[in-house]
Design a protein. Structure first.
Length: 170
């Protein structure tokens, strides 16, 4: 007796996603190229003094771009790592936020991404979309929507610790 499929199976090729591979300290991360508006040098950024106990500790710099003020998130603080020496800023699309990077390594094509393993718990489940599998590397892919929440963005743009946001409970 022969057991087999009666319907013909077609292979659906997944389109590769262009991404930017960057470093923070000794670690590599990736972010989708469509989520980044531009990559800039740290030159000209205004260092902000963040008081101890401030609601948004991860915002260390502000930046002017097209008459808009951007909050620049220090990636080493955001990812809970030792301090690093950022030289670049990834300006995020669809947000008033940017993320620091020590260096930009190269553009890559992500053709395979797997969900985060169960070992990733808590905040890091929001930080990353999944893990990209490159030739000899497994690299976390940053979720740009989690870099600065709407509430954090409102707090940093106004400088107030409490901001009234319609429909939000603080």
């Amino acid at each position: 007796m022969k057991i087999g499929r009666t319907e013909k199976r077609t292979h659906v090729a997944r389109r590769a996603e262009a991404a930017i591979l960057f470093n923070v300290g000794p670690y590599k991360f990736a972010i989708s190229a469509t989520d980044v508006e531009e990559i800039r040098h740290m030159d000209g950024l205004t260092q902000t003094t963040v008081p101890v106990g401030a609601p948004v500790q991860k915002v260390r710099f502000t930046m002017q771009r097209d008459r808009s003020k951007y909050s620049v998130v220090d990636a080493s603080i955001y990812f809970r790592m030792l301090p690093s020496k950022p030289t670049r800023v990834l300006v995020l699309r669809r947000s008033m936020a940017a993320l620091t990077a020590d260096s930009i390594e190269r553009m890559i094509d992500i053709s395979s991404m797997v969900p985060l393993p169960v070992a990733f718990r808590g905040e890091e489940r929001k930080w990353f979309r999944g893990l990209a599998i490159l030739d000899d590397l497994v690299v976390p892919v940053v979720n740009p929507d989690a870099v600065l929440s709407d509430v954090e963005e409102a707090v940093t743009s106004t400088g107030k610790t409490q901001v009234a946001i319609p429909g939000a409970r603080i």
